[in-house]
Design a protein around this ligand. Structure first.
Ligand code: 4AD
Ligand code: MG
Length: 431
């Protein structure tokens, strides 16, 4: 038998016979010639079987192949300028591995609910495969950047006794005789880990029972959370712009084919480099007011506000120093203006909204204790977090970046649901 290879590597075998293993994506045929589109996870290649060359038996075997059946095909690799990947296979032999009849996803257009109900099969299509590939490269780029910059990966728990970002969106579960919640953010644990290891990050799922049905919200999403001891707000923001730019550059170099399959305008991504523009919350409010929005100082931004603010720029924009009252209890007040906190949200261009939330954290024991009282946080579940301010506390900062929103932006997707293999959304837990 000829060497087994994958579609992305056939270029190494021009003029030679190879064996490919995959699935039938599509097929065209006339009475004398069959064009099989075979995919194997690394790409798609056209395999051509000419009746007069392969003989009746092989031709009949090709004819019997149906959409999404699995197969092994042996053939000679030919360079072909017109072919999508640049190569074609002249079939010598095919073997069907698994049958497939009445495959539900045909090549015509389907409604999104139908596709989501068949997500387990939808992910086989070239566009969905390309998005999942980009997602994997985004994660690789994030980990590479942080690993190369002195960070240690730390994994916070998923089951927690308390909340991080607010109590209304918690998923409750039972932990034997105690109440427990699925994590919303590993931040508090990462703050503890930063005091042990200096610079740390986590990469994992976060859960929010948000009753929002928007193109930016998932119930289960993935977050990457760096946390750095001795970092100020300024250090934090600089790290974020270098980090995001690195991720975009990595995807541009490693996912050229995938971005083309998705139809992404890469010129928009090529502009992403530091420094990113910054607006203060005050400036953002004033700008929105000048542009006809009914919004007051102290209000939070909605999706339309974020979209319009970001539309002024060709790269992501930081909105800094939000009012203390609308942000999380742990954020460090600006020493010159305690009514605002040393935080920044990063808004992606092209209407993708907030992809990062970050801040400098309160490191003073008395102030943190005061916040606990103001927010009525129970000492039995949060006491340990106060300890971090009691034993060798230092200024520190960190951020959380939403993986699906980042992937949706980089791929130019309409909705975050395509940026995760099996989306959990409001009223959708299947498949
Ligand atoms: O702004 P958030 O809520 O920040 C935190 O959780 C901090 N504790 C992170 C930290 O400082 N370590 O969430 C961070 C990011 C958002 O900017 C967004 O990209 C994403 O997580 N995110 C969501 N993505 C999809 N669906 C949802 N429901 C999301 N909620 C937040
Ligand atoms: Mg946020």
């Amino acid at each position: 038998m000829s060497p087994i290879t994958t579609i992305d590597k056939v270029g190494d075998y021009v003029g030679q016979a190879v064996t490919l293993r995959g699935w039938l994506y599509n097929k065209r045929s006339s009475g004398k010639i069959q064009f099989l589109q075979v995919r194997d996870g690394t790409g798609v290649i056209q395999c051509v079987a000419v009746k007069s060359e392969v003989g009746d038996e092989v031709f009949a075997a090709c004819d019997a192949l149906t959409q999404e059946c699995s197969l092994i095909v042996e053939g000679v690799v030919r360079r072909d300028e017109r072919a999508k990947g640049g190569y074609e296979l002249s079939v010598l032999r095919v073997e069907r591995v698994g049958t497939s009849t009445d495959y539900p996803i045909t090549l015509k257009e389907h409604g999104v609910d139908f596709l989501l109900d068949h997500r387990h099969l939808w992910i086989r299509t070239p566009r969905q495969r390309a998005i999942l590939k980009v997602r994997a490269e985004v994660m690789r780029a994030m980990a590479d950047f942080l690993d190369g910059d002195g960070f240690t990966r730390v994994d916070p728990p998923v089951l927690t006794p308390s909340s991080c970002e607010g109590t209304t969106e918690l998923f409750h579960t039972q932990y034997f005789d105690e109440d427990a919640y699925l994590t919303q953010s590993g931040q508090m644990y990462l703050e503890a880990a930063a005091m042990a290891l200096g610079k740390v990050y986590s990469m994992g799922p976060a859960f929010r029972a948000e009753r929002s049905k928007t193109r930016r919200h998932l119930i289960e999403f993935w977050m990457i959370e760096p946390e750095m001891a001795f970092y100020t707000h300024e250090d934090n923001v600089r790290l974020q712009e270098a980090f995001v730019s690195h991720v975009v550059r990595h995807v541009l170099t490693t996912c050229e084919n995938e971005l083309a399959t998705i139809g992404r305008d890469i010129a928009k991504l090529e502009r992403i480099e530091p420094p990113f523009p910054r607006l203060s919350y005050d400036e953002a409010i004033a700008w929105l007011q000048r542009h006809g929005h009914d919004i007051r100082w102290g209000d939070d931004f909605g999706a339309p506000h974020e979209t319009e603010l970001a539309a002024q720029f060709d790269r992501p924009v930081f909105i800094e120093r939000y009012p203390t009252q609308i942000k999380a209890f742990y954020m460090q007040p600006d020493p010159e203006r305690p009514e605002v906190v040393l935080c920044a949200d990063l808004l992606a261009p092209e209407g993708y909204g907030e992809i990062i939330g970050g801040s400098q954290r309160i490191h003073d024991y008395d102030l943190m204790r005061q916040r606990f009282e103001e927010h009525r946080l129970p000492m039995d579940t949060y006491g340990w977090y106060l300890d971090l301010r009691k034993y060798g506390s230092v200024p520190h900062a960190g951020f959380g970046i939403g993986l699906e929103r980042t992937v949706a932006w980089i791929c130019g997707l309409e909705h975050v649901r395509e940026a995760i293999p099996f989306p959990r959304m409001l009223y959708r837990l299947y498949p």
